[in-house]
Write a protein that binds this ligand. Structure first.
Ligand code: ZN
Length: 52
């Protein structure tokens, strides 16, 4: 059993103000990449800002 369980969380985009889902699968990917922080922008805005 993994040490951390991930759950889908709903976040508010800092850029466009829209709600977006930060899925458990994405969180696991970010953990693998060593990124602990939650994203502050929704995926389309991250792409726009070049942070995808
Ligand atoms: Zn956004």
């Amino acid at each position: 059993m993994p040490a951390t369980r991930h759950f889908d969380v709903e976040l508010n985009c800092n850029h466009c103000g829209e709600h977006f889902v930060y899925s458990a699968g994405e969180q696991e990917l970010q953990t693998i990449r060593g990124v602990a922080a939650e994203p502050r922008e929704c995926p389309p805005c991250r792409r726009l800002l070049g942070r995808a």
